[in-house]
Write a protein that binds this ligand. Structure first.
Ligand code: SF4
Length: 210
């Protein structure tokens, strides 16, 4: 599969001839606009659920991240924001009782961030659920193709921005399943438990590009 990482070019517009008028083949920039618009619609419609989009992203992230990645700094990489902004978002959720800090047994200098029972209950109202339900209505082949396309674009964009790519053990080049018993992570040098295999990881390295 070819690397879709694009070189940096001016944004194409109708004025510079970069936007196609061909309805059957929308210009790339129009598709990019649709992706951003779709993401904004998740939190649109005059909703007031008491959390900002950044707070929802943090709550969701700490519910899905594995034990190596439940730190404010990993969240700042995931959310493509500064350490300070990520830390403020986490602090606000701790103050609301939706997240809590726990000692990190692997690193005494840092704390792990966990979702509280109140945070888990709040996630039942996650506005992203509406988009998930719509994606669920797609035929399975479309869903798989959509997911694969998004993964390729996310990886390429992360490389373009020199940002880490997040993923899970199932697709990770560090994951060794060649031995009998549990899988082994060559990066963190730990045995993996089944329930972690699909959790988000900050140390993920796509198997296909290693
Ligand atoms: S195998 Fe990869 S995704 Fe899984 S814990 Fe290790 S680095 Fe993270």
């Amino acid at each position: 599969m070819s690397d879709p990482t694009p070189s940096v070019r001016p944004i194409p517009t109708r004025r510079n001839g970069g936007v196609s008028g061909d309805a059957a083949a929308p210009a790339a920039i129009e598709v990019a606009e649709q992706v951003v618009h779709l993401a904004r619609l998740v939190h649109g419609g005059g909703r007031d659920d008491g959390l900002t989009p950044a707070q929802w992203t943090a709550l969701r992230y700490f519910a899905r991240a594995n034990r190596f990645s439940r730190t404010p700094s990993a969240f700042s990489d995931f959310h493509a924001t500064t350490r300070g902004t990520a830390s403020q978002t986490v602090k606000s959720l701790v103050a609301m009782g939706l997240l809590e800090r726990r000692p990190n047994e692997q690193d005494g200098r840092s704390a792990l961030i966990e979702v509280t029972p109140a945070g888990q209950a709040r996630l039942q109202e996650d506005p992203l659920g509406a988009l998930g339900a719509l994606i669920d209505t797609l035929p399975e082949g479309d869903r798989q193709a959509f997911s694969a396309t998004l993964a390729r674009l996310t990886g390429a964009m992360a490389r373009l921005r020199a940002s880490p790519v997040f993923g899970n053990c199932v697709d990770c080049g560090h994951c060794d399943t060649s031995l009998a018993g549990p899988a082994y992570c060559r990066c963190t040098q730990t045995l993996l438990v089944e329930s972690e295999m699909r959790a988000l990881c900050a140390d993920f390295a796509p198997a296909t590009t290693r």
